[in-house]
Design a protein around this ligand. Structure first.
Ligand code: B1M
Length: 210
């Protein structure tokens, strides 16, 4: 039982073996978030192999499924106890046209661990839905994840729509996802670029204090 074996099982898309190994590793004292961090790197490598045509869509889907199974298994350990007063309220989703949800789901878990109230809008969320749901929730922030260069412009659309509706000052906008970076966040006028789920609670809490 080792982290390397778990990494191989996820890369091979073997959800059953991956969850069994993850259970053993956490039972042996490996922190759940260390596992998530290691597997996030594995998924980046899987994506690179897909780009180089060394693997194809079914393999990428299997790897994604294995990682999701591990995230689901570990979620009770990642979650903390809820406090009565949330640190902040946030609507979170993956932007329109984009079905990648693993990273967004981890961000949700990490925020909930740190006492944020999160409304998960799922994937393929159009810009107007982000705003309607933020209004309905009385949210402090809107979090938009994008995993593809082709869907990143929908993060910009949320900000444009907020401006058009005179609501830009009401919500902080946080953007993230593998192809997103600080330059892009600045270019589109987002309030925060968050590079990874582990940093999300601290970075968003600091943003909400401003
Ligand atoms: Co897709 N896919 N995929 N895919 N996929 C990528 C993104 C790609 C980079 C692979 C590649 O070619 N190298 C590429 C996009 C290229 C581009 O940018 N244009 C790609 C492609 C092309 C596609 C399809 C078009 C393939 C096809 O059909 N021909 C298709 C598109 C479907 C669609 O969305 N419309 C597709 C489909 C899929 C699967 C369904 C098979 C599966 C997703 C399964 C699922 O989510 N349920 C999948 C997967 C697994 C990947 C890769 C391999 C892994 C993504 C992942 O889950 N990573 C990915 C390669 C890569 O990302 N380099 C790839 C693990 C996850 C934990 O990391 O999501 O980055 P990540 O999240 C991190 C941080 O980014 C951050 O926190 C997380 C943890 O620290 N974070 C945030 C994320 N969101 C945040 C939001 C925040 C803050 C932080 O605040 C709001």
């Amino acid at each position: 039982m080792s982290m390397q074996e778990l990494e191989k099982a996820v890369e091979a898309g073997d959800a059953e073996r991956a969850t069994a190994l993850a259970r053993d590793l956490t039972g042996g004292g490996t922190p759940a978030f260390a596992i998530i961090e290691a597997l996030t790197k594995v998924m980046a490598a899987v994506g690179e192999k897909f780009s180089r045509l060394e693997i194809f869509l079914p393999e990428m889907m299997m790897a994604g499924g294995a990682m999701s199974a591990v995230v689901e298994l570990l979620s009770p350990q990642l979650k903390g106890q809820k406090s009565s007063e949330p640190k902040g309220r946030i609507v979170l989703g993956t932007v329109m046209g984009d079905l990648h949800e693993i990273g967004k789901n981890i961000v949700k878990l990490m925020l909930e661990t740190q006492f944020f109230e999160v409304k998960d809008l799922g994937v393929n969320v159009d810009p107007i839905t982000f705003i309607k749901e933020a209004e309905a929730m009385g949210a402090d922030a809107i979090g938009a994840s994008s995993l593809m260069t082709t869907t990143m412009p929908h993060q910009a659309e949320i900000i444009k729509l907020l401006k058009d509706k005179g609501l830009r000052g009401k919500y902080k906008v946080v953007v993230g996802g593998a192809p997103v970076n600080a330059e892009w966040a600045k270019e589109i006028g987002a309030d925060l670029y968050c590079p990874d789920a582990g940093k999300a609670p601290r970075m968003i809490a600091e943003l909400l204090k401003k």
